[in-house]
Design a protein around this ligand. Structure first.
Ligand code: GDG
Length: 483
């Protein structure tokens, strides 16, 4: 029977060593969270890195890692610490990530990183080929594996291969600056179907293909000498029911079943009339606009001091890529900003920002989503932003206001949110005032519309739509051959 082979840089599980034995925990992050339910329900194998380098795994536990992965229908790719440095922290996160998010000043062009990127992409491709059988469908994910589709195609020309890019694809003027632009485009074009979150990213990709490689592009099809490649947008959804149910269960908790975090959140809400909590959740990443958000919050408190002691920004920043200098600098900047603003506005009974620099268990995430009447998500660039969708899914009484940056892919589908430009502090402050004053009926009306859409375009539908379109390319290929 044919199966789906999913490939992403990281597995949906993270393996670590605790007291000489292996611990398995779920991975945090958009892709893992989104695809997990698709993987769980279907006949698929997931290939990726489990989170430990070859050097970190003691000899006697090596077989055990593969076994733990296999229990979850996963295959662990072995990577050395040099490979992780050059491929992951290097080319993926110092070259592609900043460039694709328009941070050109952070983008490094380093031959060694590129060499590792090719080497590791080949490792993933070889791993796929070990498991690939005729009739299988291969689904490659994200910017760390841009060369994999063509590497697989070279050895398995008949394979049906899909590629999905979870981050933005930049405009041609930005993409063209990459020294290895031809190789990267040719790598992705090994796929039969290439998917993006939005039409804009799709358009940017097509324009780069036509202007750099000079292939013929008709609407959303690229004609290669031997094949046609289809490009389309598939906005990724969430496991709506899971978030909705978690929120419903959360409200059933009796007081002694509540988490310490929930009790603290309740305390703030109960101790001040008209109090509101403003939530933000992101990986600590310069693309997420965390520092801008804190500055905009300062602007808001300066301009509208009547909100002092009434409002609190609850900010969860999940540690990420701390081996990359810009992330370490951002951590310092955020620490300083939070300290300065808390110092500036705090009163004896109140601090304006609650800042958590850690990853929280899912239950606490639900505590935050359900307790905060406003969510303020201000990325400078974001492929989609699943947090925005999760926040709306957990608002089971339909109240709450989402303030969302227009630079997030999610803004295209979430018109009922208050859409802002994160660089415009005045606009952010106005949106916060609007959110505070928004009548409950209006909140309910907006959220019901958002919820209806999110429920329909769930992650399951996203994966099925992509898969359906990928299967259809097989038929198109046969038609192309018969011309
Ligand atoms: C990339 C793209 C695109 C966060 N903190 C915790 C936690 N999370 C979960 C959230 C959410 C996910 O992580 C974050 O997803 P995002 O989409 O917001 O962001 P990225 O990680 O940057 O994801 C992004 C995505 O891929 C999918 O294509 O939307 O644009 O950058 O699901 O719930 N989960 C837990 N504890 C935390 O502390 N358990």
């Amino acid at each position: 029977m044919s199966k789906t082979i999913i490939i992403s840089n990281r597995l949906p599980l993270q393996i670590s060593i605790e007291n000489d034995h292996l611990e398995v925990t779920p991975s945090v992050g958009g892709l893992a969270t989104g695809l997990k339910s698709f993987h769980k329900d279907g006949d698929s194998v997931w290939i990726g890195w489990p989170g430990l380098t070859e050097e970190e795994i003691p000899e006697k536990l090596k077989g055990e890692v593969q076994k733990k992965a296999k229990d979850e229908n996963c295959v662990a790719v072995n990577l050395s610490s040099d490979e992780i440095d050059g491929f992951y922290y290097g080319f993926s996160n110092r070259t592609v990530w900043p460039l694709f998010h328009y941070f050109m000043e952070y983008t490094e062009a380093d031959d060694t990183y590129w060499k590792f990127y090719k080497q590791v992409n080949q490792k993933y491709a070889d791993e796929i080929l070990k498991y690939y059988e005729e009739g299988d469908v291969i689904w490659v994910h994200d910017y760390q594996l841009l060369l994999v589709p063509n590497m697989v195609r070279e050895k398995a020309p008949e394979a049906v291969i899909g590629f999905f890019n979870h981050i933005p694809f930049p405009s041609y003027e930005v993409f063209r600056t990459l020294p290895w632009r031809d190789e990267v485009l040719e790598g992705v074009l090994g796929a039969d179907l290439i998917g993006f979150h939005t039409y804009d990213y799709e358009r940017h990709f097509l324009s780069s293909v036509s202007r750099i490689l000079r292939y013929q592009v008709d609407f959303n099809e690229i004609t290669l000498p031997d094949r046609i490649v289809k490009v389309d947008s598939f906005p990724m959804g969430i496991d709506y029911k899971k978030f909705e149910q978690a929120a419903l269960d959360h409200f059933k908790n009796t007081e002694d079943q509540q988490s310490e975090l929930q009790r603290r959140l309740n305390h703030h809400l109960e101790s001040t009339p008209d109090a509101k909590l403003i939530l933000s959740i992101d990986r600590l990443d310069y693309t997420k606009g965390i520092a801008l958000r804190i500055r905009a919050f300062e602007y808001f408190l300066d301009k509208y001091p009547e909100f002092i002691e009434k409002v609190r920004l609850v900010m969860l920043a999940v540690p990420s890529r701390s081996n990359v200098p810009q992330y370490r600098r951002l951590k310092r900047e955020v620490d300083e900003l939070v300290g300065r603003i808390n110092g500036k506005f705090s009163t004896v009974s109140w601090t304006p920002i609650w800042y958590f620099y850690r990853s929280m268990p899912f239950e606490n995430l639900i505590d935050l989503y359900t307790s905060c009447g406003i969510a303020l998500l201000t990325p400078i660039r974001d492929g989609m932003n699943l947090v925005a969708k999760e926040y709306i899914a957990t608002r089971t009484n339909h109240t709450g206001v989402l303030i969302l940056s227009e630079m997030a892919g999610a803004a295209h589908e979430m018109n009922e949110a208050l859409i802002i430009n994160p660089n415009n502090f005045e606009q952010v402050a106005q949106a916060l005032c609007t959110a505070f004053g928004m009548p409950e009926e209006e909140q309910i009306q907006r959220n019901k519309m958002l919820q209806k859409r999110l429920r329909r375009y769930s992650v399951e539908k996203w994966a099925n739509d992509f898969m359906k379109a990928l299967h259809a390319t097989r038929e198109n290929r046969d038609a192309f051959k018969s011309i």
